[in-house]
Design a binder for this molecule. Structure first.
Ligand SMILES: [Fe+2]
Ligand SMILES: [Fe+2]
Length: 166
Protein backbone atom coordinates (compact mmCIF):
# COMPACT_ATOMS: atom_id res chain seq x y z
CA UNK A 1 0.00 0.00 0.00
CA UNK A 2 2.87 2.31 0.83
CA UNK A 3 4.34 1.71 -2.62
CA UNK A 4 1.01 2.48 -4.31
CA UNK A 5 0.69 5.72 -2.33
CA UNK A 6 4.24 6.61 -3.37
CA UNK A 7 3.42 5.99 -7.05
CA UNK A 8 0.27 8.10 -6.83
CA UNK A 9 2.25 10.95 -5.20
CA UNK A 10 4.95 10.62 -7.85
CA UNK A 11 2.31 10.66 -10.60
CA UNK A 12 0.71 13.81 -9.16
CA UNK A 13 4.15 15.39 -8.89
CA UNK A 14 4.90 14.63 -12.53
CA UNK A 15 1.93 16.82 -13.52
CA UNK A 16 2.96 19.83 -11.44
CA UNK A 17 4.94 22.83 -12.68
CA UNK A 18 8.35 24.22 -11.76
CA UNK A 19 9.70 26.65 -9.17
CA UNK A 20 8.76 30.18 -8.17
CA UNK A 21 11.18 33.14 -8.16
CA UNK A 22 12.21 32.88 -4.51
CA UNK A 23 12.93 29.17 -4.86
CA UNK A 24 15.02 29.89 -7.96
CA UNK A 25 16.93 32.60 -6.10
CA UNK A 26 17.63 30.12 -3.32
CA UNK A 27 19.19 27.53 -5.60
CA UNK A 28 21.13 30.19 -7.54
CA UNK A 29 23.18 30.69 -4.39
CA UNK A 30 24.05 27.00 -4.13
CA UNK A 31 24.92 25.99 -7.68
CA UNK A 32 27.91 26.86 -9.85
CA UNK A 33 27.34 28.42 -13.29
CA UNK A 34 27.67 25.01 -15.02
CA UNK A 35 25.33 23.35 -12.53
CA UNK A 36 22.72 26.08 -13.01
CA UNK A 37 22.70 25.42 -16.75
CA UNK A 38 22.16 21.71 -16.17
CA UNK A 39 19.39 22.38 -13.65
CA UNK A 40 17.70 24.73 -16.12
CA UNK A 41 17.65 21.91 -18.70
CA UNK A 42 15.51 19.67 -16.52
CA UNK A 43 11.74 19.38 -16.96
CA UNK A 44 9.90 21.71 -14.52
CA UNK A 45 8.42 18.73 -12.66
CA UNK A 46 11.93 17.30 -12.11
CA UNK A 47 13.15 20.71 -10.94
CA UNK A 48 10.34 20.76 -8.43
CA UNK A 49 11.02 17.21 -7.21
CA UNK A 50 14.72 18.01 -6.86
CA UNK A 51 13.97 21.18 -4.91
CA UNK A 52 11.79 19.17 -2.51
CA UNK A 53 14.60 16.65 -1.96
CA UNK A 54 17.10 19.47 -1.36
CA UNK A 55 14.75 21.25 1.09
CA UNK A 56 14.14 18.06 3.06
CA UNK A 57 17.89 17.51 3.35
CA UNK A 58 18.23 21.06 4.61
CA UNK A 59 15.40 20.56 7.11
CA UNK A 60 17.21 17.44 8.34
CA UNK A 61 20.23 19.58 9.15
CA UNK A 62 22.40 18.69 6.17
CA UNK A 63 25.32 21.13 5.95
CA UNK A 64 27.25 19.22 3.28
CA UNK A 65 27.19 21.53 0.26
CA UNK A 66 27.98 18.78 -2.26
CA UNK A 67 25.11 16.62 -0.99
CA UNK A 68 22.75 19.62 -1.16
CA UNK A 69 23.89 20.21 -4.75
CA UNK A 70 23.30 16.50 -5.42
CA UNK A 71 19.79 16.91 -4.01
CA UNK A 72 19.17 19.50 -6.71
CA UNK A 73 20.93 17.63 -9.51
CA UNK A 74 20.53 13.90 -8.78
CA UNK A 75 17.94 13.46 -11.56
CA UNK A 76 19.68 15.68 -14.11
CA UNK A 77 20.15 12.61 -16.32
CA UNK A 78 16.38 12.52 -16.90
CA UNK A 79 16.65 15.78 -18.85
CA UNK A 80 13.42 17.10 -20.27
CA UNK A 81 11.45 14.00 -21.18
CA UNK A 82 7.94 14.82 -22.46
CA UNK A 83 5.06 14.54 -19.99
CA UNK A 84 3.40 11.43 -21.50
CA UNK A 85 6.67 9.52 -21.13
CA UNK A 86 7.13 10.71 -17.54
CA UNK A 87 3.64 9.51 -16.72
CA UNK A 88 4.18 6.19 -18.55
CA UNK A 89 7.46 5.56 -16.70
CA UNK A 90 5.82 6.14 -13.33
CA UNK A 91 2.78 3.97 -14.10
CA UNK A 92 4.69 1.12 -15.74
CA UNK A 93 7.30 1.20 -12.97
CA UNK A 94 4.53 0.61 -10.46
CA UNK A 95 2.30 -1.85 -12.30
CA UNK A 96 4.23 -3.41 -15.17
CA UNK A 97 7.97 -3.20 -14.45
CA UNK A 98 8.82 -6.02 -16.87
CA UNK A 99 7.36 -4.11 -19.83
CA UNK A 100 9.26 -1.00 -18.70
CA UNK A 101 12.45 -3.07 -18.68
CA UNK A 102 11.80 -4.21 -22.27
CA UNK A 103 10.98 -0.70 -23.48
CA UNK A 104 14.04 0.81 -21.80
CA UNK A 105 16.48 -1.54 -23.54
CA UNK A 106 16.43 0.71 -26.67
CA UNK A 107 19.20 3.33 -26.85
CA UNK A 108 18.86 5.02 -30.24
CA UNK A 109 18.24 8.79 -29.84
CA UNK A 110 15.10 9.77 -31.73
CA UNK A 111 13.46 6.41 -31.25
CA UNK A 112 10.08 6.50 -29.49
CA UNK A 113 11.60 4.13 -26.93
CA UNK A 114 14.64 6.30 -26.18
CA UNK A 115 12.93 8.28 -23.36
CA UNK A 116 12.35 4.98 -21.53
CA UNK A 117 16.06 4.18 -21.89
CA UNK A 118 16.92 7.63 -20.50
CA UNK A 119 14.57 7.20 -17.54
CA UNK A 120 15.98 3.78 -16.66
CA UNK A 121 19.65 4.85 -16.93
CA UNK A 122 19.32 8.41 -15.64
CA UNK A 123 21.70 7.98 -12.70
CA UNK A 124 24.62 7.03 -14.96
CA UNK A 125 23.59 9.52 -17.69
CA UNK A 126 23.41 12.28 -15.07
CA UNK A 127 26.85 11.43 -13.75
CA UNK A 128 28.27 11.63 -17.27
CA UNK A 129 26.55 15.00 -17.88
CA UNK A 130 27.95 16.44 -14.66
CA UNK A 131 31.40 15.08 -15.35
CA UNK A 132 31.39 16.53 -18.89
CA UNK A 133 30.34 19.89 -17.43
CA UNK A 134 33.43 19.84 -15.20
CA UNK A 135 31.62 19.16 -11.92
CA UNK A 136 33.58 17.67 -9.06
CA UNK A 137 34.15 13.94 -8.66
CA UNK A 138 32.21 13.56 -5.40
CA UNK A 139 29.07 15.14 -6.84
CA UNK A 140 29.39 12.90 -9.90
CA UNK A 141 29.70 9.79 -7.72
CA UNK A 142 26.75 10.71 -5.47
CA UNK A 143 24.53 11.20 -8.53
CA UNK A 144 25.76 7.95 -10.10
CA UNK A 145 24.97 6.03 -6.89
CA UNK A 146 21.63 7.58 -5.94
CA UNK A 147 19.63 4.49 -6.96
CA UNK A 148 22.42 2.07 -6.03
CA UNK A 149 23.19 0.22 -2.79
CA UNK A 150 22.54 2.12 0.44
CA UNK A 151 25.36 4.61 0.96
CA UNK A 152 27.67 4.38 3.98
CA UNK A 153 27.83 8.19 4.12
CA UNK A 154 25.09 9.55 6.41
CA UNK A 155 23.94 12.44 4.20
CA UNK A 156 24.20 10.45 0.98
CA UNK A 157 22.02 7.80 2.58
CA UNK A 158 19.51 10.46 3.68
CA UNK A 159 19.45 11.73 0.09
CA UNK A 160 18.60 8.20 -1.12
CA UNK A 161 15.88 7.81 1.53
CA UNK A 162 14.35 11.25 0.98
CA UNK A 163 14.42 10.77 -2.81
CA UNK A 164 12.61 7.42 -2.46
CA UNK A 165 9.81 8.99 -0.43
CA UNK A 166 9.46 12.28 -2.36
FE1 LIG B 1 16.66 9.28 -9.71
FE1 LIG C 1 14.75 11.79 -7.63
Amino acid sequence: MGRLAYRVRQFAGSLRGGLDDSQRAEIERLLTAEQKLLFAGMAPAYQRHSFVVYRKLLADGCDDLVVLQAGLLHDVGKGNVALPYRVAVVLLGGWWPHLLEILSAESVPGSWRHPFFVAARHAELGAVKLSEAGCGGRLVEIVRAHHGPVSVDHWCRRLQEIDAES
